[in-house]
Write a protein that binds this ligand. Structure first.
Ligand code: AMP
Length: 547
């Protein structure tokens, strides 16, 4: 089945610095960032970007130079991102929680020669040690203390100095502050919207890390598509709480870039802590909250305390993983706001579809495709065959937000496109009204004696139980059926149940073949850096314990 775009996308692709400059011109005096109380207006942010761009240009950054960002959420993330792009450089997003070996691999694969990072012990030493063993030439070190408001910065120095790393003082190190001190004029860079703007590393459908080449056109169009999809927001008047990491594609596009395009104030948190997030929402009163299901589940579990006030939040968008219906219903009831589900993936910049914010929400659907996006459902047996409405197959995509390919990897690039459409590795179907439904990931299917069991069906059934906070299902080896489902759950605070009681409960919702062979109740479940429950890690733990 092929869904036609609901309108031709007349909105034109642009270089991302133009999007940023337009926001600075339009919303100059509006607050742009509030980082733990340290505030910047759009005009101030614009000036910082210009100065950082000049400093980076003096370091030799120019069109095509790969510059890494290995930062938790701080204002530096935003300033460095747009400064690099202004010079025509390519941003390479690094997950600061990666171990040294993973960071080294990504530096080598991308050819990153300059890295912007933070002077904290958890991050800086990993980067500094790679100066001698990889193609990395320079490290730009940002000061954590200087990012904080004056009083907080002083307290940080007094009580948390043990967390700070001393950076080396040699010609290969530059302080971010020194970068901003450069004087002169930037030599303007010619940027073609088709140029690569960001290398976003992902395991994709095969699990092998590779850099998705997201162009200026891809990223600016995805922002424009989101804007068309949610026209009810008021430019210059919104405030978003961003706890999603900006080095992740969801936080980068649906968080940072989209917020900047509408002149929203970004209340930025460096990491997710439920109490801190709830306190900040109560105090700063954001209107928007993008997140992943586990974030909404965690907020829901704590918000009932009566200490917090979430009434300012009008709209929340959840993506990245299935949003259990119960989490959505409980969150909406407790907060009195709308929580809508969308779908996306790194290779699509990332947003593909979303439920409407204002009307016609369909439970269990990930919404309808963003304007200009064509969804094709292709046969799992023959990917050249497009299936009719209602049939389940691999979700394949075309649209202005689809990546240019994988960096230096023609083999993986060829494998991920079929007849010019991007293969997502996700199984889904469309209904006759154009709404998209996700069934599961092809590689997560549990193959039980000739039947396909979808982990998501088991997880959704478990979420119906009032004691269940989180659920994940995977396939484990089974001598008779090849694979059998195993489920893992965490419980809501103060509630008790047993695996036996849960299995009994599931009998009303699952077929015999879908019934988990084992249910394990845990205190917590492993998560990816963006907060999705990691089925991959659970599978690895299981295979270790059966070795
Ligand atoms: P990543 O490229 O790491 O952002 O992961 C993208 C993958 O997350 C997609 O291919 C889907 O398998 C999954 N995903 C994204 N959004 C949803 C959603 N709303 N429901 C279920 N899975 C999702």
């Amino acid at each position: 089945m092929s869904a036609k775009p609901d309108e031709p996308h007349s909105f034109a692709p642009m270089a991302l610095p133009r999007l940023f400059e337009a926001a600075v011109a339009c919303f100059a005096d509006r607050p742009a960032i509030d980082f733990l109380g340290r505030k910047f207006t759009y005009a101030e942010l614009g000036r910082q970007v210009d100065r950082a761009a000049l400093g980076l240009q003096k370091l030799g950054v120019r069109r095509g130079t790969r510059v890494g960002l290995c930062l938790p959420n701080t204002p530096y993330s935003v300033v460095a991102y747009f400064a690099i792009l202004k010079l025509g450089g390519i941003v390479v997003n690094f997950n600061p929680l990666y171990v040294e070996r993973e960071i080294a691999q990504q530096i080598e694969d991308s050819g990153t020669t300059v890295m912007v990072t933070l002077d904290v012990k958890k991050i800086y030493p990993k980067i500094a040690s790679l100066l001698d063993s990889t193609c990395l030439e320079r490290v730009v070190v940002c000061s954590m203390r200087a990012a904080l408001p004056f009083a907080k910065g002083t307290l940080f120095r007094l009580f948390k100095s043990a967390e700070l790393a001393k950076s080396r003082k040699d010609s290969r190190h530059v302080r971010f502050g020194a970068l901003l001190a450069a004087r002169g004029a930037i030599e303007p860079a010619e940027i073609d919207p088709a140029d690569v703007a960001v290398l976003q590393y992902t395991g994709g459908t095969t699990g092998i890390p590779k850099g998705a080449m997201l162009t200026h056109a891809n990223l600016s169009m995805n922002v424009a598509q989101i804007g068309r999809h949610v026209p009810i927001l008021t430019p210059g008047c919104e405030r978003a709480l961003l706890v999603l990491p900006l080095f992740h594609v969801f936080g980068m596009t649906a968080g940072m870039n989209f917020c900047i395009s509408i002149g929203a104030e970004i209340v930025l948190l460096p990491s997710f802590d439920v109490h801190q997030a709830l306190t900040v929402i109560t105090k700063k009163r954001p209107t928007l909250l993008p997140g992943v299901p586990s974030l909404f589940a965690a907020l829901t579990a704590r918000v009932g305390d009566g200490k917090y006030d979430l009434s300012s939040v009008n709209y929340c968008i959840s993506g990245g993983a299935p949003l259990p219906l119960e989490v959505r219903a409980r969150f909406e009831a407790l907060c009195g706001c709308k929580l809508v589900e969308g779908y996306g993936l790194t290779e699509a910049s990332p947003v593909v579809s979303a439920n409407p914010l204002d009307a016609a929400y369909k439970n269990t659907s990930v919404g309808f495709p963003l304007p200009g996006t064509v969804v094709e459902i292709r046969s799992l047996d023959d990917p050249h065959r497009v299936l009719p409405v209602g049939e389940k197959g691999e979700i394949c995509l075309r649209g202005p937000q689809i990546m240019a390919g994988y960096w230096n990897n023609p083999k993986e690039t060829e494998a991920v496109f079929v007849d010019g459409a991007l293969r997502t590795g996700d199984i889904g179907y469309m209904d006759e009204t154009g709404f998209l439904y996700l069934v599961d990931r092809i590689k997560d299917l549990i193959l039980c004696g000739g039947f396909n069991v979808y982990p998501r069906v088991i997880e959704e059934a478990l979420h119906r139980h009032p004691a269940v906070a989180e659920a994940a299902a995977i396939g484990i080896p089974d001598a008779y059926r090849g694979q059998a489902p195993k489920a893992f759950v965490t419980l809501r605070p103060g509630v008790q149940t047993t695996p036996g009681a849960l299995l009994h409960f599931l009998r009303d919702y699952l077929s015999r073949i879908e019934m988990p062979k084992v249910i394990e109740i845990r205190a917590s479940l492993p998560k990816t850096t963006i907060g999705k429950v990691s089925r991959k890690e659970l599978i690895a733990e299981e295979s270790k314990s059966t070795d």
